[in-house]
Design a protein around this ligand. Structure first.
Ligand code: NAP
Length: 245
């Protein structure tokens, strides 16, 4: 019970890494708010949580500031506090730079970067009033190294590292820790569309010779959300099997 009675919001918890995290955190005693634009996936996650844990679904498009504020208000009314926010929701819309449309650029920036800002602003006053809180941002190996066809995505994931380091400085003195996780290639619906040939190449380049599993990232989130990491602030934890791209 490493998260007993902690109130945790996980965006994008209707699928992949977020879902795995929601289920793990519920087992560890957290009350889990599953915030996702995908109603079906989100409700399914909550149904699994409720078998022996506590949580609820909030339909949230992170790029919508009003919805983000409403979510924080709802969580506060229901549970009386917000201990942890995991900004895990993210999308890809890949294209070579010469072919990328303005819409592809804007959409990825709106969800992956502005969406994180929206959710942080929605909870930050609450956490400051409490004098405690943990924020975890989901970056990527692509934010550290770049990747062909992902100029929009890599810009957002690198941007999250800047945000993490700045907020660690701004909010540390208020008792709020801000860290990032940078996953490598993880087997989820997001990577299901990546051609098999590319995934094989990534495995070859990974010293541990496999793709990551959602639980590999969920366990990293768990460490950063728990009191075990209470002197870790402004860090970017790579969880990528040693892959260099
Ligand atoms: P995933 O399986 O596609 O899950 C993402 C979830 O976020 C989905 O339920 C998705 O709903 C939801 N979502 C999309 N747009 C949203 C919005 N505007 N507001 C709220 N929720 C939204 O992806 P994943 O692989 O678990 O990825 C989770 C995070 O890890 C992302 O930030 C991703 O960039 C990052 N990451 C993943 C990998 C990897 O290899 N998988 C590597 C590095 C970093 P829909 O299904 O309706 O779109």
């Amino acid at each position: 019970m490493r998260l007993e009675n902690k109130v945790v919001i996980i965006t994008g918890a209707g699928s992949g890494i977020g879902k795995e995290t929601a289920l793990l955190f519920a087992k560890e005693g957290a009350k889990v708010v599953v915030a996702d634009v995908n109603e079906k996936g989100g409700e399914e996650t909550v149904a699994e949580i409720k078998r022996n844990g506590d949580g609820f679904f909030f339909k949230l498009d992170v790029s919508n500031r009003e919805q983000s504020k409403q979510m924080a208000k709802t969580v506060l009314e229901k549970y009386g506090k917000i201990d942890v926010l995991i900004n895990n929701a993210g999308i890809v819309q890949d294209a070579f730079v010469s072919k990328m449309t303005e819409q592809q650029w804007d959409k990825v920036i709106d969800i992956n970067l502005k969406g994180v800002f929206n959710c942080i602003q929605a909870v930050v006053d609450i956490m400051m009033n409490q004098g405690s809180g943990v924020i975890i941002n989901t970056s990527s190996i692509v934010g550290l190294n770049g990747n062909v066809g992902q100029v929009n995505y890599s810009a957002t994931k690198a941007g999250l590292i800047g945000m993490t380091k700045t907020l660690a400085k701004e909010l540390g003195k208020k008792g709020i820790r801000v860290n990032a996780v940078a996953p490598g290639f993880i087997a989820t619906p997001m990577t299901a569309a990546v051609p098999e040939k590319i995934l094989e190449m990534m495995k070859e380049k990974t010293p541990l010779r496999r793709l990551g599993k959602p639980e590999d990232i969920a366990n990293a989130y768990l460490y950063l959300a728990s009191d075990e990491s209470n002197f870790v602030n402004g860090a970017v934890l790579s969880v990528d099997g040693g892959l260099i791209i």
